[in-house]
Design a protein around this ligand. Sequence first.
Ligand code: NI
Length: 398
Amino acid sequence: MIEVKTIREEAMKLTEQLVAWRRDFHRHPELGFSEFRTGRIVAETLEALGYQVQRNVGRTGVVGLLQGAKPSPVVMLRFDMDALPIQEENEVEYASQNAGVMHACGHDGHTAIGLGVATLLARHRDELAGQVKLVFQPNEEGTNDSNGAPAMIADGALKSPRPDVLFGLHVWNSLDLGKAIVHPGAMMAAADIFRIRVVGRGGHGAIPQQTVDPVLVASHIVVALQSIVSRNVPPMQPAVLTVGSIQAGTAFNVIPPTAEMVGTVRTFDNDVQNLVENRLRRISGQIAAAFGAEAEVTYQRVTPLLVNAPVPTTFMQQIAGQVLGTANVVAGEPSMGGEDVAYFLQEVPGCFFFLGSRNVSKGKVYSHHHPLFDIDEDALPLGVAILTAASLRYGHET
Ligand code: NI
């Protein structure tokens, strides 16, 4: 069986190609469900490598299947391809050529890593225990309505063949190059969006007695919502409730008819999630009623809790340890961020991990979704080595 050391060396030799792919995707970023160019390059590259390719899975997603000697196990690897509606501020030769759109989360790197893994797996096809399914997913960010992962599942991405295990990664600018966070159990939060529209009665700013002021009602609701985490959620359970936007009114002397708030809830437990939603609905409705207004609440569960399964996580800790050195692989802390790979992990046991891409000496220090975000590209071959090794050794070692 092929040594992890050998796989690492082969991945390192791919660096130039990986950087070329990543920079090409970076120059030509595409928003969720519009990854037409990216998806075409992925599909054509996979076909040239001998993969069985399905296009337009979940609108712009691509699935590539590589068959080994036996039908099982089926290892699924997931890579996201979409960019964000951000104007890039990096002055680099590979900066975005698409105004207002930027790969500011590193998904360009994920797509490049996916093609690198595809290259090495095709070369070592004889050593596969079963089959490998490469899933290139659109719209992880949920920029255009619903997310890409559920769209791909609805389109059969997890069927024929059904994966036995899933591995995936995110380059991570909170972590130095050469390190990885492989966290067992619940790792990233369930992410929900709420909208509260307060309907009052508008009028003259100097004649408040003839109005029901939705700005005042919304203010009371914002304050009271902060009692949910502090007074209702058990103190040992993590939860966040953020009102990210309040919109109301147009002039200093007008009381507007409505006020609208939008925010997010993050939780790590289904009971807590239900509790927060119920309290949010009740507080909004009853505070509005107390002032003679109405609150229309919509509450949408966007991304489920991301949970890593025990066996694949232990396996990934070992593989990542062999590529990066055991001391460089840590369990880390769970994140209140959300990731829609959680939809796949509800169906297929697996492990999603963070790969360090920060490098202070190279100035690659900006956080994800920042207009100056950039990664240390030396993370790319490391990601390729880890996922290739995991694919080639899974089924031999488990
Ligand atoms: Ni991301």
